[in-house]
Design a protein around this ligand. Structure first.
Ligand SMILES: [Zn+2]
Length: 466
C-alpha cells in the first residue's frame, strides 16, 4: 500500500516562516506514521507575485525564484522531513508537459471556453485582485482604488461538476477533515453558480508562467498550474498507482483543493484525491503572520535555541491542527521547561536510572496498554494535537505511578514489577512519539538500552531571550 502525501507549495515571494514549518511538520508526521509514503513538497514559482517581488529585489525573476525556492527546500531539511521529492514549478522539466496535458484533456472534454473576464486591476502592482484581498476597497500595496478591467480569458466549466462534487464530498469519497471544513466546502458547492477563470493575458502576466497551448497570448492562471504539481512530480502513471492520495492544506486554500482540483481531475479523467486534511494557522503574539507586519519568525531561530524536537513539539501540541495556535517565545520556553524537561525528560531519567533483573517480568497492570492504538486513530483522523495530548497524559500518569510506588525503596521481585510497569509504559511512549519527535523517540529507545539518559538540557532555556 503506497500513500501519496503532499504539502501545498508555497509562493516564494517571501521568506519561509513558522507557518510554513507548521504545515511541513504536520505532513511529516503522517508520512512517518505510514509505512510506505511518497511525500511531496515544492515551490509555486509561476505567480505574477514572484515577478513583482523579483523586481523589488532588483533581480531577474528566474534567479530570484531559484534563490527563494532554495530557502524553502532548506527548511524541509532543517525540519528533518522525510521528503521524497521537491518540485519547482518554473524550473523542473517534469512540470510544464503535465500542466499542458491536463489543459488539453479539459479542452477535449469541452470544459474550456473563452469569455470576458472582468476583474479589479491595480496598475501599480500590474495584477488583478479579488475583492477580499483589498483593504477598504483599495490595493493593499498602493492604497489606490483598482480599475475594473475586462479581458478575454479562458474559463473552466466548474459548474458542470457541482453535483458530482457534492456527492463525492458528502459520501466521504473525498474525505475532508475536520468535519467543519467538509461542511464549509458543501456550503460553498451548493451556492456555486460561476465557472472559473483559468488564464490571464500574457502581457499582464509579464510573459511569466506557462502559455496556454495553441494560444501564446494567454498564460495558464497560477492555480491550475500550481495544483498540477501533485501529478507532475510523481508522473501520471504513479499518480494513478497510489493506494491513497492525501493533501495537507491550510484553511485559506481549501476551496482550491476540495473544489477546483477535483473538478479539473474529473474533467481530465484523472484519479481523485482521497483525503484533504485542513489545518488552521500559526499566529505570533496573537497576530496573524504578515509580510508587512514584520512579525514572521524564521524557523531557524526556535530550532537553534531549544532544538528541533522542541520546535516540532510546540507546533504539534500547542499550535495543533484545527484552531489557530499562537507562538510566543515565553510560551515556547515554558513548554520546553515544564513539559519536555520536567515531564518527559524527568521520566526518562528516573526510569532508566533504576536497574532490575534481566529480563524484567511482564507487568500485570500496564499503565497505558492502548496508547499506540489511540494515537494511531488520532493520527489517521488528523487530530495530531489530540495524539500528543494522549502521549503526554501517559507521561504524567507514569510519573505519578513512579512517585507513588517508589521503586528505589523496594527490592527483588517487588521492585522488578514496578520497574517493569514503568519500562513498559516508557517503551510505548517512545514508540508513540516516533512520527512526532523522531529524535526523541530514538533517544528514549537508546536510554532504555543503557545509553544517555538526559534528553532535554535545562540550561538551553537561557538561550531564549525574552
Ligand atoms: Zn497596487
Amino acid at each position: 500500500m503506497q500513500h501519496f502525501i503532499s504539502t501545498t507549495i508555497p509562493y516564494v515571494n517571501g521568506e519561509p516562516h513558522i507557518g510554513h514549518a507548521q504545515e511541513f511538520v504536520l505532513a511529516d508526521v503522517l508520512t512517518r506514521h505510514y509505512p510506505d509514503v511518497y511525500f511531496l513538497s515544492g515551490a509555486d514559482e509561476n505567480s505574477l507575485k514572484n515577478v513583482l517581488a523579483a523586481e523589488a529585489a532588483g533581480m531577474p525573476t528566474r534567479e530570484y525564484v531559484a534563490r527563494q525556492s532554495d530557502a524553502f527546500e532548506a527548511l524541509t531539511g532543517l525540519l528533518g522531513l522525510e521528503l521524497s521529492d521537491f518540485i519547482r514549478t518554473s524550473d523542473d522539466p517534469r512540470h510544464q508537459p503535465v500542466v499542458e496535458a491536463i489543459w488539453r484533456a479539459c479542452v477535449e472534454r469541452g470544459d474550456i471556453y473563452q469569455a470576458d473576464y472582468t476583474g479589479l486591476y491595480c496598475v501599480g502592482c500590474e495584477q488583478f485582485y479579488v475583492a477580499a484581498e483589498l483593504t477598504d476597497g483599495k490595493c493593499p500595496e498602493h492604497g489606490t482604488v483598482p480599475e475594473t478591467v475586462a479581458e478575454s480569458n479562458y474559463f473552466f466549466r466548474l459548474t458542470r461538476y457541482r453535483d458530482q462534487l457534492i456527492e463525492l464530498v458528502s459520501t466521504g469519497e473525498i474525505a475532508i477533515e475536520p468535519a467543519s471544513r467538509r461542511n464549509e466546502v458543501l456550503g460553498y458547492l451548493r451556492l456555486l453558480d460561476q465557472d472559473l477563470s483559468v488564464s490571464r493575458s500574457a502581457i499582464r502576466s509579464r510573459g511569466w508562467g506557462i502559455p496556454v497551448p495553441d494560444d501564446p497570448g494567454q498564460v495558464i492562471y497560477v492555480w491550475i498550474d500550481a495544483l498540477a504539481n501533485y501529478i507532475s512530480a510523481p508522473g501520471f502513471e504513479r499518480w494513478h498507482g497510489f493506494d491513497d492520495v492525501t493533501h495537507v492544506v491550510g484553511k485559506g486554500v481549501l476551496r482550491f483543493h476540495a473544489v477546483y482540483w477535483p473538478a479539473i481531475l474529473l474533467s481530465a479523467g484523472l484519479r481523485l484525491p482521497n483525503r484533504i486534511l485542513v489545518h488552521n494557522y500559526v499566529t505570533v503574539d496573537g497576530t496573524k503572520i504578515g509580510k508587512s507586519l514584520g512579525n514572521a519568525i524564521n524557523p531557524d531561530e526556535p530550532i537553534r535555541t531549544l532544538g528541533l524536537d522542541a520546535f516540532r513539539y510546540y507546533l504539534l501540541r500547542h499550535i495543533g491542527c484545527f484552531k489557530d495556535g499562537d507562538f510566543t517565545w515565553q510560551r515556547y520556553r515554558d513548554a520546553y521547561n515544564q513539559e519536555l524537561v520536567n515531564q518527559l525528560g524527568n521520566l526518562v531519567a528516573r526510569v532508566t536510572k533504576l536497574s532490575g533483573s534481566e529480563p524484567l517480568p511482564t507487568p500485570d497492570h500496564p499503565i497505558c496498554p492502548d496508547l499506540e492504538e489511540t494515537v494511531t486513530a488520532h493520527i489517521e483522523s488528523f487530530a495530531l494535537h489530540k495524539a500528543m495530548d494522549q502521549i503526554f497524559s501517559a507521561i504524567e500518569e507514569t510519573n505519578r505511578y513512579v512517585s507513588a510506588e517508589e521503586p528505589w525503596k523496594r527490592e527483588g521481585a517487588d521492585k522488578d514489577l514496578v520497574l517493569a510497569t514503568a519500562v513498559d509504559s516508557l517503551t510505548r511512549i517512545g514508540r508513540s512519539l516516533a512520527p512526532f519527535l523522531p529524535q526523541t523517540s530514538t533517544r528514549i529507545t537508546a536510554a532504555l538500552a543503557g545509553g544517555k539518559r538526559h534528553l532535554f538540557p535545562r540550561s538551553r532555556v537561557d538561550r531564549v531571550a525574552l
